[in-house]
Design a protein around this ligand. Structure first.
Ligand SMILES: [Zn+2]
Length: 253
């Protein structure tokens, strides 16, 4: 029996002697793992085809109920070359990969995994087209929050429904009006800050150009969205800290 599947490589870890363990997101089987025997040997014919943040075609023997398989061969379908050459893009791709990995746990709905697959592939493709990493990250995070039903409420006060937004409250799940902000003891944010966050939350990958023309940097928005995952999905996206640090350096140089 010989099965083939296309998958996005989210993670690569060392595994036993000279092997690597690949975490791969597929449309057909959700998130699965491949053991690539001997991949750390210089002579391995597969070593070049199993880089993280690439799309590859795998051959293996599928078995119902299993989530870890022995990889037979791998062939790169899309390398996303620029993503690997550019530090901003590659750090962004790694935050996206980590988020996708944490969100597609065992037992996730197949439809949800398929959705995440498309979102990751779109993000990596756009990064590879040299689109801005801060915006792509925001679009990806916001897309996944919305699909998970925990997207920030930005059309009205999340507590009382009034329309006068005064502050973003991560713990409450979206905008608070001035009255609710007062009650919670939160100081107001600027109209521009709120407007930009709302624009990002309402946008889709297709709205990239409009965002790029209007937003100077979305690093702060990405941070808020990362906190939404922490608070409402219970996942901590560790790789974001490095991405954020690089962005701060970029802005000051
Ligand atoms: Zn309110």
């Amino acid at each position: 029996m010989n099965d083939n599947v296309k998958g996005l490589i989210l993670k690569q870890q060392d595994y036993r002697e000279n092997a690597v363990l690949l975490t791969v997101l597929t449309k057909e089987y959700g998130r699965i793992a491949f053991v690539a025997a001997g991949a750390r040997k210089m002579t391995s014919k597969n070593a070049g085809s199993i880089m993280p943040f690439t799309l590859a075609d795998f051959s293996f023997d599928y078995k119902e109920g299993k989530t870890i398989f022995r990889m037979k061969t791998a062939r790169t379908v899309n390398l996303f070359r620029f993503v690997h050459e550019n530090l901003n893009a590659s750090l962004c791709a790694s935050v996206i990969a980590e988020t996708a990995d944490l969100m597609t746990v065992e037992g996730s709905q197949p439809e949800f995994c398929e959705y995440v697959y498309d979102s990751v592939e779109t993000s990596w493709r756009m990064l590879n087209e040299k689109k801005r990493a801060d915006l792509i990250l925001c679009l990806f995070l916001s897309d996944l929050l919305k699909e998970s039903g925990i997207g920030p409420v930005v059309d009205e006060c999340v507590l009382c429904g009034r329309k006068n937004a005064a502050v973003i409250s991560v713990s409450d799940g979206g905008f608070l009006c001035s009255e609710c902000a007062d009650r919670a003891g939160l100081s107001y944010q600027t109209i521009d800050r709120l407007r930009q966050f709302r624009m990002i939350c309402r946008a889709d990958f297709e709205n990239y150009d409009a965002l790029a023309g209007n937003i100077q940097t979305a690093a702060d928005d990405a941070e808020i969205l990362v906190r939404f995952f922490d608070r409402h999905a219970g996942i901590e996206i560790r790789s974001f800290a490095l991405f954020q640090r690089l962005f701060t350096i970029d802005l000051n140089s």
